[in-house]
Design a protein around this ligand. Structure first.
Ligand SMILES: [Zn+2]
Length: 449
């Protein structure tokens, strides 16, 4: 009798304890964070009512739930209650040290040399994504005349300056330095134009865009008089461009997107990038699934649809495995891709975030020439999978930053939004999402014909 009682007691505890809910976040009952919020994300048992600190938590029909708690400094005791259980979570918010504000120090100008290719030149002395004004080549000669925090101030011309991280340049010991301008020329071909500016040494350059023009500028700050060499280029309707430098020769090539017959993508090369992979799981959803797997299933469907539409498709991965961001970009460039589509699902940032309002599809771009592609893809994906339009946004993601192709990153749905879990867990989600992305690309390519 005693044993039977213990058995039923254990069974009761087991059912009400282990199966009441599966919590994806937080992972431990006691955690130390420096974030402003803690997120409770998981799956509840059927008919389970959940409260967190006495606030009722919405549970989607498939059991998915998500909730945020704002943290105060120090210990936060959070009471997580289900029908029969109360669990206490202790989250300790560690205060962030107050960053000391760097001050500008000016000094006599001297020459530095850029250590490696693709070094960002920024318009402010902070490491923030969207403040890049150029990506400099290894061996570029610069004049620095001030410093602020981890950055040197770079003199470009009398009116223009930039900022470069101290660790990405080396001081030059050589004395006199006198780079010379040699020549400038432009050639126009069927689908591209090529512009060449030649100097005796490697110098800094920037690219600016207005409504209908691109300005390719090379600066010679080593001259006393104003020394900006500018090529004005008419902007094609749909274009991307690349800059190549060998010693002091700068070649700037503007490609027009190839023309496709109506309703095909023939002649286009598209890189399809399934985000994350291998040891990099990406976001984890309320129901415990991994973003990398869903991204891959969409990417593989997209490959088939784009090929049926006539495109040449390059896949950054076709199975589960780790690939660096640099390798993803390299594959796209090596294959002369016209378009790069990175596929992701979204999760929660550490800002004031409403787990119920923040849902749906957003499409990111970095370079202005990719904005229209982002618009078309967002329109088409949201209508294909019935997600909320979260809008098109700019972000400095490494895979969409290069100018060598039109680049977008699609966050198809939020893995941490209970209603979005109903969408991305549906059987046809990968196929429908892929169809939405492909049709968005097709509509963009065929627009304004
Ligand atoms: Zn992702």
């Amino acid at each position: 009798m005693h044993k039977i009682l213990i058995f039923f007691l254990s069974l009761f505890c087991f059912i009400n304890g282990a199966f009441a809910y599966d919590l994806v976040l937080p992972k431990e009952k006691k955690t130390y964070v420096s974030t402003n919020y803690v997120f409770f994300v998981g799956k509840a048992k059927k008919h389970e009512h959940i409260t967190i600190n006495d606030e009722s938590v919405y549970v989607a029909p498939n059991g998915a739930f998500a909730h945020t708690i704002k943290l105060k400094n120090g210990e936060n005791r959070i009471f997580f209650r289900t029908n029969y259980n109360t669990h206490v979570y202790k989250v300790y918010k560690m205060p962030k040290p107050d960053p000391t504000k760097p001050v500008l120090e000016e000094f006599s100008p001297y020459r530095v040399i850029v250590n490696k290719d693709n070094t960002p030149l920024r318009n402010t002395p902070i490491d923030y994504g969207m403040n890049r004004i150029s990506h400099l080549f290894e061996g570029t000669n610069l004049i620095v005349n001030g410093q602020k925090g981890d950055f040197y101030r770079v003199k470009l011309s009398k009116k223009e300056e930039g900022w470069i991280s101290k660790s990405s340049v080396t001081k030059s010991d050589e004395g006199s330095f006198d780079p010379k301008y040699r020549t400038m020329k432009s050639e126009t071909f069927k689908n591209c134009s090529v512009h060449t500016l030649e100097f005796s040494e490697k110098l800094p350059y920037t690219i600016e865009e207005t409504g209908n023009e691109i300005f390719f500028k090379v600066y010679n700050p080593f001259l006393k008089e104003d020394s900006v060499y500018t090529v004005n280029i008419r902007k094609p309707e749909k274009y991307y461009y690349k800059t190549i430098s060998s010693n002091g020769v700068y070649v700037f090539k503007v490609n027009e997107l190839p023309y496709c017959d109506n309703n095909t993508l023939e002649g286009l090369t598209i890189t399809v990038d399934a985000g994350h992979g291998g040891s990099e799981y990406g976001a984890v959803g309320c129901l415990g699934d991994n973003e990398k797997d869903i991204n891959l299933s969409i990417a593989n469907e997209l490959k088939d649809i784009l090929r049926q539409m006539g495109a040449c498709v390059v896949m950054t991965r076709e199975c589960d495995g780790f690939i660096s961001l640099d390798d993803r970009v390299k594959m796209a460039k090596d294959n002369c891709s016209d378009i790069f589509v990175s596929i992701h699902l979204n999760s929660i940032p550490d800002i004031k975030f409403d787990v119920h309002k923040n849902r749906g599809t957003s499409v990111y771009y970095y370079n202005p020439n990719s904005k229209n592609l982002a618009k078309y893809v967002e329109e088409s994906v949201t209508s294909a999978i019935c997600t909320k339009k979260e809008g098109i946004k700019t972000a400095s993601f490494a895979v969409i930053r290069p100018t060598d192709y039109l680049g977008i990153l699609v966050e198809n749905a939020y893995m941490t939004n209970p209603m979005d879990t109903m969408i991305y867990k549906s059987e046809n989600f990968p196929r429908n999402t892929a169809r939405g992305i492909a049709e968005g690309i097709l509509n963009y390519v065929n627009s304004d014909k």
